[in-house]
Design a protein around this ligand. Structure first.
Ligand SMILES: Nc1ncnc2c1ncn2[C@@H]1O[C@H](COP(=O)(O)OP(=O)(O)O)[C@@H](O)[C@H]1O
Ligand SMILES: [Mg+2]
Length: 239
């Protein structure tokens, strides 16, 4: 990494939206190497829009994004992935007719899959190993989430960005998905996670930012966020 104190990911004053109208405004935050950071916010807050702007699926109307010492603003989603920023959208975008293994292999594209990384994915997600020949479309929701994460890992990312990894998962499976993410965090992988399920996200992350109506508001350590009365009121069901 170049540039002394610069974070692995630097989002600087980014605004973006759809059809010429911004829905996220002047977003700034940074993520240091090895850190896990949560972006928490309710439905419609702008979390997915922020992630799409970071990976160039949307062109920001203003601001800049730096990753690993380089300006990646509007660089193109594939080049950003090759630079080591992997993104798992809430919709997962698996190839349903292809097997688990084939989906994993595509995650390494355009490189050849690294057998050591694939073994590591199967070690983290033994359920995927058991179902390696099964079509992705026949997996349960929880298994599809594991596969989406596993596929992202195949690109050997420096940073993994996950948009609401608990989407469509029953509580037990959501907790299981987060246990796997905690293992990835403990292995040193940098994580950014967007989440409405605040307790899970704050358990995983060291720090978080609250997103509301397209803006980042309260920021702090996970303990500070969990103890903040406004966060409790809005997200943790405490009155
Ligand atoms: N493809 C789209 N076209 C137009 N507006 C969109 C699109 N996706 C999201 N929006 C709008 O942008 C705002 C933020 O949405 P989103 O980023 O999906 O929030 P979140 O991920 O936090 O639920 C919402 O008002 C939503 O209706
Ligand atoms: Mg979203």
């Amino acid at each position: 990494m170049s540039g002394g104190s610069e974070g692995l990911l630097e989002v600087d004053d980014v605004s973006a939206g759809y059809l010429g109208e911004d829905v996220i405004h002047d977003i700034s935050f940074s993520v240091a190497e090895g850190e896990a950071v949560a972006i928490i916010g309710s439905n419609g807050a702008g979390k997915s829009t922020l992630f799409r702007a970071i990976v160039s699926m949307l062109t920001p109307s203003g601001g800049a994004i730096r990753f690993d010492g380089r300006d990646i603003t509007s660089t193109g989603t594939h080049r950003i992935a090759r630079a080591g920023l992997a993104y798992v959208p809430a919709e997962r975008h698996l190839f349903p007719a292809m097997s688990v293994t084939e989906n994993l292999v595509l995650g390494a594209f355009p490189r050849r899959p690294d057998p050591a990384v694939q073994s590591n994915v199967f070690e983290i997600f033994p359920r995927l190993a058991e179902r390696r020949s099964q079509a992705a479309g026949t997996l349960s929701g929880g298994e599809q989430q594991m596969l989406a994460v596993g596929r992202a890992l195949m690109s050997k990312p420096k940073l993994l960005m996950l948009d609401e990894p608990t989407t469509g998962l029953a509580p037990l499976l959501a907790a299981e998905a987060y246990r796997a993410l905690a293992r990835l965090r403990d292995s040193g992988l940098t994580l950014v996670v967007a989440e409405q399920q605040v307790p899970l996200a704050l358990e995983l992350a060291e720090r978080g930012h609250v997103m509301e109506q397209g803006r980042l508001g309260f920021s702090g350590t996970s303990d500070e966020l969990a103890g903040n009365p406004e966060v409790q009121r809005a997200y943790l069901g405490v009155t």
